[in-house]
Design a protein around this ligand. Structure first.
Ligand code: ATP
Ligand code: MG
Length: 570
């Protein structure tokens, strides 16, 4: 492609309303232009990057035995009513009526449509397993569309769905996708982790999120420095440390703690560590009060609590709500004699002789012990993991990092097939619901994540597999016949070798060309300028390392081909 003919409007200024680097660089590098909130046009350069991701995704899905199809974007509400999601999905689902007054929506995902298709077309165990995918524009009316392609309202997604005869077979389909996803993100040249995830509202048996590691990630993930373990912060399992303390139980003692409501204040006053105190926190679980016990220096992980109680929502109760539920002012609550629902973090039941509120204003209890002094409805892992905790798999040191979710795989089970009566006849003659899995990749988000992970102060540094062009040739003096002939010659030769090359033949100053080349992030830059006029030397420079070498055009061709091949991840 010739730069002089391409719609590639680069910007010198940093756009004011772009908060993250990928968004800024995509605007500056003429990738995308905003039409309205969360909705973008892809210009040719941006589309080329998107196509690179698409190609890798398509090849790996096909390799894993999935079949591509294309489903409609406009969907009848009826299908969503069947699964109950027309109500549940909330305002992210854009609803409208057609001219015949039929309720419709724009597809944010396609479980309903694909299940409808499969229940009509597949009837026997002999037809299974089947895995169907598409690469298509999704619409989600996100509350806060932001960060450019990272969280758009309209975005490109690969969504796939597997249908199996049994749970065991569904696990096999799931694992195939797990492996395929690892290949996709490796081939994209990205640093990522597959993490065990909270399966949230969809409620499958298990799920993994694929996270590209980058500072601007919206999710915090816990990774082990010694083994492969990685988990979403909310899901990260805390390993129980040790058996119960062997200390003898001392007598329960009520003490006055005037005005001491906060953990720190109580500890200072009594001269104890927060690890010897238990916090008693009241939450409203779908509106109903539940008390949670955790060690004084720990935090409750609300997602774990929500999952344990199987409710849609948990919120920390306000002082008045605590008082209404318990008759005790906040700060003096404790487990002994409390009459509302009580659950405890696993660590609490191992503690001996701890301090807790006495359920009486200005008083605490000393030497409280589980079982002797109070019982709980359930003991579970309810606290946030921290970097002080050991890896739950190998005991190694944990680190927290930020990640961008680029892919998500869920084992769905029969949730959708049962609701939609999607059944097949099994080999024993029985009718059974399909066992399903659902697998998404945010294709447009992958491009943003790749830029978040690979850039410097001058612009994008594309990993080779995602680069719209593998090399850019700068003709530094289009008016000089000799230089121009060499640049054009290299361009023609490289194109005929199958290299994707951009030829900067614009009538611009060299400085502007160097700046744009850096901004665009094309992996190799070839400069044809004065040195060629003098010594027949052209320059080959790597965007990533900044290293450059002078050489003859012939050597350059050979060297470039070898280095491109080197950098393509197989
Ligand atoms: P998130 O938690 O980021 O909202 P999600 O759980 O809603 O994601 P899924 O429904 O699993 O996402 O969608 C599959 C993939 O689509 C995600 O892993 C992500 O990469 C991408 N994706 C989801 N929402 C958006 C969006 N608004 N803009 C761009 N990509 C998105
Ligand atoms: Mg979402």
């Amino acid at each position: 492609m010739r730069y002089s003919q391409m719609l590639l409007p680069t910007l010198k200024e940093t756009p004011a309303d772009a908060e993250v680097i990928s968004h800024r660089l995509m605007l500056r590098a003429g990738f995308i232009r905003k039409l309205t909130a969360g909705i973008y046009s892809y210009l040719p350069y941006g589309l080329a990057a998107l196509r690179r991701v698409e190609t890798i995704v398509r090849e790996e899905m096909n390799r894993a035995g999935a079949q591509e199809l294309l489903l409609p974007m406009v969907q009848p509400a009826d299908l969503w009513i069947e699964t109950g999601r027309y109500e549940k999905y909330g305002p992210e689902l854009l609803r409208f009526k057609d001219r015949h007054d039929r309720e419709s929506c724009l597809g944010p995902t396609h479980e309903e449509v694909i299940t409808d298709l499969v229940r009509r077309e597949l009837h026997s165990y002999r037809d299974l397993p089947v895995n169907l995918y598409q690469i298509q524009t999704k619409f989600r009316d996100e509350v806060r569309p932001r960060f450019g392609l990272m969280r758009g309202r309209e975005f490109l997604m690969k969504d796939g769905y597997s249908f199996d005869v049994s749970d065991e077979q569904a696990d096999i389909s799931y694992m195939k996708m797990y492996e395929a996803y690892k290949r996709v993100f490796s081939r994209c040249g990205l640093t990522f982790r597959a993490v065990q995830a909270d399966s949230g509202a969809i409620g499958g048996n298990f799920s993994h999120e694929f996270m590209v590691l980058a500072e601007t990630g919206e999710d915090t993930i816990v990774v082990c420095t010694a083994c492969e373990y990685a988990a979403n912060m909310e899901k990260a399992e805390v390993k129980v440390v040790g058996p119960a303390s062997s200390e003898a139980m001392a007598d329960l003692e009520k003490i006055e703690t005037p005005g001491k409501r906060k953990v720190d204040a109580v500890c200072d006053f009594l001269g104890i560590e927060a690890a010897n105190l238990v916090k008693t926190m009241v939450y409203l679980a779908d509106g109903q009060p539940v008390t949670v016990l955790v060690r004084g220096d720990r935090e409750v992980e609300e997602i774990k609590l929500k999952n344990l109680l199987k409710v849609a929502d948990v919120v920390l109760a306000e002082d008045k709500q605590v008082f209404d539920a318990t008759g005790v002012p906040t700060g003096y609550l404790g487990p002994v004699g409390l009459t509302i629902r009580l659950v405890a973090d696993q660590e609490v039941v191992l503690m001996r002789n701890f301090v807790a509120g006495a359920n009486e204003k200005n008083h605490h209890l000393k030497n409280v012990n589980y079982e002797r002094d109070f019982q709980v409805e359930v003991v579970a892992d309810l606290r946030k993991i921290s970097t002080d905790d050991p890896c739950p798999v190998c005991g190694g040191r944990l680190e927290l990092t930020e990640g961008i979710e680029v892919g998500h795989i869920f084992k769905l089970g029969t949730t959708y097939s049962e609701k939609m009566n999607a059944v097949f006849q099994d080999s024993d003659g029985q009718e059974k619901p399909f066992v399903m899995g659902t697998y998404g990749i945010g294709v447009s988000r992958v491009v943003a994540a790749a830029i978040e992970q690979n850039h410097d102060e001058n612009g994008i540094i594309f990993p080779m597999p995602l680069a719209p062009y593998q090399a850019i040739i700068l003709n530094l003096d289009p008016k000089d016949e000799k230089i121009t002939a060499a640049a054009e010659g290299l361009y023609t030769d490289l194109v005929s070798e199958g290299v994707d090359v951009l030829l900067d033949d614009r009538d611009e100053r060299p400085g502007a060309k160097f700046k744009d080349a850096d901004l665009l992030g094309i992996p190799f830059r070839i400069t044809v300028g004065k040195k060629f006029g003098q010594d027949g030397i052209v320059e080959l420079r790597s965007r990533k390392t900044g290293e450059s070498d002078g050489m003859s055009p012939d050597r350059l061709k050979a060297e470039l081909l070898a280095r491109i091949a080197d950098e393509m991840v197989k």
